[in-house]
Design a protein around this ligand. Structure first.
Ligand SMILES: Cc1cc2nc3c(=O)[nH]c(=O)nc-3n(C[C@H](O)[C@H](O)[C@H](O)COP(=O)(O)OP(=O)(O)OC[C@H]3O[C@@H](n4cnc5c(N)ncnc54)[C@H](O)[C@@H]3O)c2cc1C
Length: 434
């Protein structure tokens, strides 16, 4: 099949790819120079919407409403935008082979794409229970959520199984957000996860206790300390029952699995240097191969603030790393330089009428402040993380924009901590004084 050739190619069509395209345009890319190749059938969109507004029972978010870059208050890049800018938006095209030596990508249909500069923005893929050999894991109505076509299938199932029963496997971001939105659709929801509390990678037991209590008040049942080990099905192949390791079994019309993700580095294995499971880059998102950059979920990059190589699977980093890489590409063409990437980790989530933000590092001693009673109508609480006498991380539920800004500043500035009692008493006042 005929080949195409571009000066710049973005491989991927997710958050990082979309923000990279916008930055290319800002930097003055010329018509015909840039292509974005994605296996998805739609232009880049704000992926976090899939587990939130996209599944709402009423007023659900739909494309073109949440194409990038609306999630950060920017311009919405509709497919026409790419045409106007002379950017080739090549959709429904999966790249199955990459050869960095000859600067060539090959699609599943056998088409070849040459580039001078490549940005790898392939993101992550979900971990599947079938990968772990869980019996019956391929039954119908067992869902994962990464891309919009999967969200569409889940929407169909929610409609088809009105007032039915769902089991949500996993107690992380996806598990918590999906449990909430399924419940909002009047589905009977049970969450199952092996850890002693939800979101254990970020939440402490006291933070988790609030969310678990809140969810239980909304009617979500939570089963901890066990895992799904198999599924029984109806004769039509649809899931009927989830079998748990502890011997219990749960009826289910719908199962949603959120047990983690892994970065999509496979195409480049052995061709670019990797570290900590991701593609290793410098502070400008250059990989070990000249002319090849990588951004978003897929990279392990220097997190300057902590003097450590890290991988971050969050949307804010996807956006910012993409912008940094494109700025670096243009700077190197002009022979100028830009500042190193200096990222402050920022995670957030929204579910029911809750909304939390976290900034910084969740290491060291912790101190909780505020009203974290899940039954309280005025709940609002937070937590600081303290290491070596400095406040290095801050979490806040139900903060105002100003309060969220204040906790972000704390995590960036890392002020000396007060005694734990004083920190608990001062709460947000501590942050507002920094
Ligand atoms: C349901 C859901 C909810 C989320 N909610 C939040 C949240 O509330 N807050 C938060 O901070 N983060 C959230 N995240 C994480 C966030 O969305 C990701 O960190 C972000 O999307 C990463 O951007 P990316 O561009 O690196 O990868 P992605 O957005 O995943 O994009 C990767 C793109 O590459 C394409 N691709 C991959 N391989 C190929 C190939 N071989 N050929 C062609 N195309 C390919 C994929 O189809 C996809 O379009 C959520 C993620 C999901 C799935």
């Amino acid at each position: 099949m005929a080949g195409k050739s571009f000066k710049y190619v973005i491989l991927g069509g997710g958050v990082a790819a979309g923000y990279a395209a916008r930055e290319f345009s800002k930097q003055g890319v010329k018509p015909g120079e840039l292509a974005l190749i994605s296996k998805e059938a739609v232009a880049p969109y704000e992926r976090p919407a899939l587990s939130k507004g996209y599944l709402f029972p009423e007023g659900a978010a739909r494309l073109p409403g949440f194409h990038v870059c609306v999630g950060s208050g920017g311009e919405r890049l509709l497919p026409e935008w790419y045409t106007e800018k002379g950017i080739s938006l090549i959709l429904s095209t999966e790249i199955v082979e990459a050869d960095v030596a000859s600067k060539t990508l090959i699609s599943a249909a056998g088409e070849s794409f040459k580039y001078e500069v490549l940005i790898i923005a392939t993101g992550s893929t979900v971990l599947r229970l079938s990968d772990f050999g869980v019996q019956g894991a391929d039954s119908k109505n067992i869902f994962y959520l990464r891309e919009i076509d999967e969200a569409d299938k889940l929407v169909e199932a929610i409609k088809a199984k009105k007032n039915g029963k769902a089991v949500v496997v996993g107690g992380g971001y996806i598990g918590l957000e999906l449990s909430a939105v399924l419940r909002m659709n009047n589905i009977d929801v049970t969450m199952v996860f092996p850890e002693p509390w939800c979101m254990p990678r970020l939440f402490t037991a006291s933070i988790a206790a609030f969310y678990e209590g809140y969810y239980e008040n909304k009617g979500v049942k939570i089963i901890k300390g066990t895992v799904a080990v198999g599924f029984d099905t109806h004769p039509n192949g649809e899931v009927k029952e989830v079998k748990l390791k502890d011997g219990r079994s749960l009826e289910a019309d719908i199962v949603v699995v959120g047990v983690g993700a892994k970065p999509l580095t496979t195409l480049f294995k052995g061709q670019v240097e990797e570290e900590k499971g991701g593609i290793k880059t410098d502070a400008f998102f250059k990989t070990s191969v000249p002319g090849v950059y990588a951004v978003g979920d897929v990279v392990t990059f220097p997190l300057k603030l902590y003097n450590e190589q890290r991988r971050v699977e969050h949307v804010d980093h996807a956006r910012k790393s993409a912008e940094q890489a494109v700025k670096a590409i243009f700077a190197s063409e002009k022979g100028t330089s830009i500042d190193e990437y200096d990222y402050l980790p920022y995670f957030y989530s929204r579910a029911f009428d809750l909304s939390w933000q976290f900034y910084g590092d969740n290491v060291g001693e912790t101190v909780l402040f505020g009203d974290n009673d899940p039954k309280s109508p005025t709940h609002k609480f937070g937590q600081y993380w303290i290491q070596n006498g400095k406040v290095v991380g801050a979490f806040l539920e139900s903060g105002t924009p100003e309060e969220n800004k204040a906790i972000a500043k704390v995590a960036r500035v890392q002020p000396p901590a007060l005694s734990l009692d004083e920190m608990a008493n001062q709460g947000l006042t501590f942050a507002s004084k920094i």
